[in-house]
Design a binder for this molecule. Structure first.
Ligand code: AMO
Length: 446
């Protein structure tokens, strides 16, 4: 057996014997000739077999040929096979101008004959059979894009002397709010699943790390069934020391987005256009920045009154402000800044001259929030006061307050939901499409 060749490498290869391996996408079993479309992780290829339907007395090779023909006739879609045969370049073959004439066929793992999902199956059903769903080139591309995006971010971080950290996901306390907290048995006591690496990425600042990043899981016991919420998601976090305000964090954030989008466009732009009909735009910097109060006025002028009494933006408001930004600046991103302290966590720094506002932002991409960032409060007495202000007992987070009792630099950072970025980048309608395996209130398997 010759060495396995990936489908994508066949075009550059001379005609002759090759071995290819993958799964069966389609079988066309005609009387005189059989065709298989075989797909591997790199592409799809047509295999051809001149059918031999009975033994030919004076042809000793006919027994083997008959065996291959019968194997192909009984081959279920999805079976994993390995084929050694003769590669031919033939422009008439629609699929890549290539064909392999089957010499030897090995069925490594036969699939059940009935495939449980089809192209028009519901999203829920496709989630049940996610491993089969992911065999589709479109679904597969999402994770190639994710790899390229994260690699570009990582390259940026490493080029700029960030340190990667991995913070624990088992915690003794809540990491964001007490709502949406998963509690788990922990020996004789209780532990909580981390809602965010927030406290520990700040700890790294007091530890003198300067600039850090983490890509890891975050858990939220959020019972809602929206297209953008999961109970477990991958959070992309960065935190840096010596910031003057949230402006420094936004600068970092937009540079990262440019790096990620440029890499995705360069590597997958064409494939994304083909499979998603989306033109990836590398955003220009600076991204538009609009204080939240002003954004609400703009949205009201467009005829939409944000109904929430809590000073926050609602999803329709986010869509409206994104539409305004697209029309006015031709931009897909907007930073909404200076959120009210009443709706932000205690650890956000407040404005020097107006304690009702915070040095914080949300990043909106194509009409949906993908990230929250802020300058943090690093003065321990102010932090304690802000906790009390929110009805929290500072004693409960004493370990966290300790981080600021032995010296701490000014600092800030952001957290960003990876599946949301991919959903909005590829114009998908749900993070279920862009999460490898989605977790929600009614989904724990597979
Ligand atoms: P926040 O709670 O806004 O901020 O979360 C940051 C980003 O994480 C993503 N996200 C989610 N994605 C999927 N399902 C969810 N249930 C979910 N919840 C949040 C969103 C969101 O914008 N510690 C702060 C960040 C910081 O200030 O550094 C935090 O967690 O994309």
């Amino acid at each position: 057996m010759t060495e396995r060749v990936l489908v994508k490498n066949l075009a550059a290869r001379a005609e002759g014997p090759v071995t290819v391996s993958g799964w069966v996408e389609t079988v066309r079993d005609q009387k005189k000739v059989q065709f298989i479309v075989l797909r591997d992780e790199s592409g799809a290829l047509q295999l051809v077999n001149p059918a031999v339907r009975e033994l030919v007395e004076d042809d000793p090779s006919s027994a083997a040929k008959l065996e291959i023909t019968e194997a192909i006739s009984g081959l279920a879609h999805g079976s994993f096979i390995s084929v050694t045969g003769d590669l031919k370049h033939d422009e008439r073959v629609k699929l890549g101008g290539l064909e392999v004439k089957i010499g030897e066929l090995r069925v490594l793992s036969a699939a059940n004959p009935e495939t449980p999902i089809a192209a028009d199956s519901s999203l829920d059903k496709r989630q049940d059979w996610r491993f089969l769903d992911l065999r589709n080139p479109k679904q597969n591309l999402i994770f190639k894009v994710q790899t390229t995006f994260l690699h570009a971010l990582r390259e940026y971080w490493i080029d700029n002397d960030f340190i990667e950290i991995h913070t624990p996901k088992l915690m003794a306390s809540a990491s964001e709010s007490r709502a949406e907290l998963f509690e788990v048995d922990y020996f004789d006591g209780k532990a909580y699943l981390a809602q965010s690496p927030q406290f520990f990425k700040q700890m790294a600042q007091s530890a003198g790390f300067g600039k850090i990043f983490e890509v890891g899981p975050a858990f939220r016991a959020d019972p809602s069934f929206t297209s953008r919420h999961a109970t477990e998601f991958t959070s992309v976090d960065a935190e840096i020391s010596w910031v003057d305000s949230h402006e420094d964090v936004m600068k970092l954030h937009e540079e990262l987005m440019v790096a990620g989008f440029a890499a995705v466009k360069a590597k997958h732009g064409e494939a994304i256009k083909d499979l998603f009909d989306v033109d990836i735009q590398v955003p220009t910097t600076p991204f538009p920045r609009i204080p939240l109060a002003e954004a609400k006025k703009i949205v009201a002028e467009r005829g939409y009154e944000v109904p929430r009494a809590d000073d926050d933006m609602d999803p329709e408001g986010e869509r409206q402000i994104a539409a305004y930004v697209r029309e006015t600046y031709g931009h897909e991103f907007v930073f909404l800044t200076d959120y009210a302290a009443s709706i932000r966590p205690f650890y956000h720094m407040r404005h020097e001259n107006d304690a009702t506002l915070t040095n914080s932002y949300d990043l909106i991409f194509n009409g949906v929030e993908i990230s929250t960032g802020a300058q943090r409060e690093h003065r321990v007495e102010v932090l304690e006061a802000q906790m009390r202000d929110k009805g929290m007992d500072p004693v409960e987070l004493d370990f966290y307050l300790d981080f600021f009792r032995y010296g701490a630099p000014s600092h800030g950072g952001f957290g960003m939901g990876l599946a949301r970025v991919l959903m909005l980048m590829l114009h998908e309608t749900s993070i279920r499409e862009t999460s490898f395996l989605f977790r929600g209130p009614t989904r724990l398997a597979p």
